[in-house]
Design a protein around this ligand. Structure first.
Ligand SMILES: Cc1cc2nc3c(=O)[nH]c(=O)nc-3n(C[C@H](O)[C@H](O)[C@H](O)COP(=O)(O)OP(=O)(O)OC[C@H]3O[C@@H](n4cnc5c(N)ncnc54)[C@H](O)[C@@H]3O)c2cc1C
Length: 649
């Protein structure tokens, strides 16, 4: 049974993931060599080393996390051997080559001059952290995808510091309209839809998506909403009572808290999940909760069981109109849920997402590693990975290198130097610098820097990142999407809760797919959450789930979902899938505070991220975790602050 379904799905077909074992290329040459003869340095200097073109399991790929997990489990030093001294001496060592780490190096050079010697360590085989680039080839077509950070966007306006970096990189945000083929999908009559699955709703069915939030349009500004709602109610496989309840949420809004002031109502909404608000306060049929359950996955990595009703009000989800709330944000609202027009206008999507920002930062730091001169030519530029860690360059990026110990030489208050020990391909090395910036994930820091005060380590450990999969599937064509008249499908109960045709952007000589017969990247998103638990616990379980699920299982789920969603449009997974890249992020978005689970967020007082980011002697702490906001501008802001703590800027 399993085998015949696997055959239908094309599990045995040769695509560009079969040539990769767990995301590691097995080229003819490499396959002939035994790994220990092929030292890491040689491999990284070889022209065959080009991580963006690898498919299969990417993101936290095999080889990137084992040393850190050994530290967590207390086993690392048992087998580590004595560290070897590199004899290198830097002005600054940055742990973490994401946007925060790269921006920290950028700010440090601005303050100290371009001769400052900087080493950036990262445990992955590619730089950029979450801002990762996925490349694909199908016949003569070249396609890009974003492996993580999708775009320049933030719920609040970019700070002057973050905007300045964007401008220094010559990214002209208002010019985005020039590159974005805004009408491509609408001109083909494609629109957002919802996929109801038979395990949850009794039948597999694709239904029009009526909700403004599903489609990214505001309800008030979309005159089609009433018509779409009618069509949705006619087609959706949900209980009749649920349909009546949904209609009345929209058309007959009620005040469920009569007699309370607007602030008193908001205070109640801040303390109840949207799921409970719907069933226990508005008293709607549970099928409505099933439809809305996964809607916030893309933003928070959890469902409506863990999103405060007050935030759902901010997002314009149904059920609040009758409360007649004053539009001012309520206490404890998430920044994401507070509309801000200035912030909404500041948007730019490169075809590889904010990997272009990381690549532009690398171009500034190590020009010989990234050819070109403009923010548009970087899109097609081929990075020279052999130049990243070059002894002739004042700035070096050392990949596949996990920092395992960061300590002052002597007492933190009086030390002149910091020693950083890192693990690289089974060996351990030490190197020294005047200062260190930890721009890595906060949960890792207590293990690598035990000399920090206990209170700070506890605060760092509380930044439980949000586990996510960003999956890119290269399809040979998208005629099935055209036949089904959709470009984006929300799937409340499937393995991936959303799938989208690539956002059509042509820039710097890169051409996006323009005809349904062209190869295209389909982006799928999964939040590995465990509904019903407090958010941090959901993230812990989800992280374990992502680390322990095999690529084969993920691939089967991907093929099954695409087949069931697009099959009625003629899609055949065995024939139409050309490549699969799963960007696994068990440590994904920075944890953002939530009024349901973080009492300090409602009551005021010091937040854990403020405690966590305190400088300690010559060590400063960056990363978007340091601001508890999962955005690029926050990663940059925190880098700026951290550099300011160890040097004058
Ligand atoms: C899937 C996804 C999509 C996102 N989309 C957006 C978006 O569209 N827009 C937006 O603004 N933001 C988005 N974000 C948020 C994103 O995290 C930030 O924008 C930003 O890229 C974070 O940068 P950072 O440097 O703080 O962290 P990271 O990018 O996580 O970089 C930290 C680096 O430190 C490394 N590291 C950890 N421990 C060690 C160690 N011991 N030794 C060496 N290296 C170590 C990590 O592996 C990582 O490479 C997204 C995040 C994810 C996960």
């Amino acid at each position: 049974m399993h085998d015949s379904r696997d055959r239908e799905l094309g599990m045995h077909r040769k695509i560009t993931r079969r040539d990769f074992i767990n995301g590691v290329a097995v080229t003819a040459g490499a396959a002939m060599m035994t790994p220990h003869l092929f030292a890491a340095n040689d491999r990284e200097k070889s022209s065959a080393n080009y991580p963006p073109a690898q498919t299969g399991m990417r993101g936290s790929h095999p080889g990137s996390f084992e040393a850190a997990h050994g530290l967590r489990d207390g086993t690392f030093w048992d087998s580590a051997g004595k560290p070897e001294e590199t004899g290198e001496n830097y002005d600054l060592i940055v742990v973490g080559g994401g946007i925060s780490g790269l921006a920290a190096a950028h700010f440090y050079r601005k303050a100290n001059g371009n001769k400052a010697r900087i080493l950036i360590l990262d445990n992955h085989d590619d730089f950029g952290g979450h801002a990762k680039r996925n490349e694909f080839r199908a016949n003569s077509s070249f396609r890009l995808g974003f492996g993580g950070t999708f775009s320049i966007e933030s719920p609040a306006p970019y700070s002057a510091v973050a905007k300045n970096v964007i401008e220094e990189l010559s990214i002209d945000v208002p010019s985005y309209a020039k590159y974005f083929k805004r009408d491509l999908y609408s001109s083909l009559n494609l629109r957002p839809r919802i996929f109801f699955d038979k395990q949850t709703f009794g039948t597999d069915k694709l239904v029009v998506n009526f909700s403004p939030r599903y489609g990214g349009e505001s309800e008030d500004s979309n005159p089609e909403t009433p018509k779409l709602l009618k069509q949705f109610l006619a087609d959706a496989p949900i209980a009749e009572q649920a349909k009546r309840d949904l209609q009345s949420l929209y058309e007959d809004p009620k005040d469920y808290y009569p007699g309370l002031s607007s602030n008193e109502k908001k205070a109640k909404l801040a303390r109840i999940s949207y799921a409970k608000y719907l069933t226990e306060v508005a008293g709607v049929h549970e099928d409505i909760v099933k439809v809305y359950q996964s809607l916030p996955h893309g933003l928070f990595g959890v469902g409506i069981d863990a999103v405060p009703a007050q935030d759902a009000w901010g997002f314009d989800f149904p059920g609040f109109r009758g409360l007649k709330l004053d539009p001012a944000p309520g206490k404890g609202m998430n920044r994401d849920a507070i509309p801000n027009q200035e912030a909404e206008k500041y948007f730019f999507h490169f075809p590889d997402g904010n990997a272009s920002i990381a690549r532009l930062l690398v171009r500034q730091l190590i020009p010989q590693a990234m050819p070109g001169h403009s923010s548009s030519d970087v899109v097609l530029a081929k990075a020279n990975y052999a130049k990243l860690d070059d002894s002739n360059s004042p700035v070096r990026i050392r990949l596949n290198s996990t920092a395992v110990r960061v300590k002052h030489i002597g007492d933190a208050a009086s030390a002149n130097e910091v020693e950083v020990t890192y693990a690289r391909e089974g060996k351990v090395y030490t190197t020294r610098a005047k200062n260190a910036i930890l721009a890595c994930w906060h949960v890792v820091i207590p293990y690598i820097c035990p000399e920090l005060p206990d209170k700070q380590k506890e605060a760092l450990a509380s930044a439980q990142k949000v586990p996510l999969l960003y999956t890119n599937v290269l399809l040979k064509n998208w005629t099935s999407f055209q036949k089904l008249e959709t470009n984006s499908v929300y799937a409340p109960s499937m393995y991936h809760s959303g799938l989208n045709l690539d956002l059509p952007v042509s820039i710097g000589g890169y051409e996006c797919a323009q005809k349904p017969e062209d190869p295209i990247v389909v982006h799928m998103m999964k939040a590995a959450c465990h509904a019903g638990l407090p958010a941090r616990q959901q993230h812990t379980f989800g992280r374990m789930e992502l680390y322990t699920t095999t690529f084969e299982t993920m691939e089967r789920n991907i093929r099954d979902q695409l087949a069931r969603t697009l099959g009625p449009g003629g899609f055949d997974p065995a024939r139409d899938i050309a490549a699969i890249t799963v960007n696994r992020w068990p440590h994904g978005y920075a944890y953002e505070y939530n009024s349901l689970f973080d009492s300090f967020w409602l009551e005021g007082g010091e937040t854990p991220c403020e405690v966590a980011r305190q400088p300690h002697g010559r060590i400063a702490i960056a990363n978007s975790d340091a601001g508890a906001y999962a955005y690029t501008d926050e990663a940059i802001n925190q880098a700026y602050r951290a550099v300011g703590e160890i040097t004058k800027i």
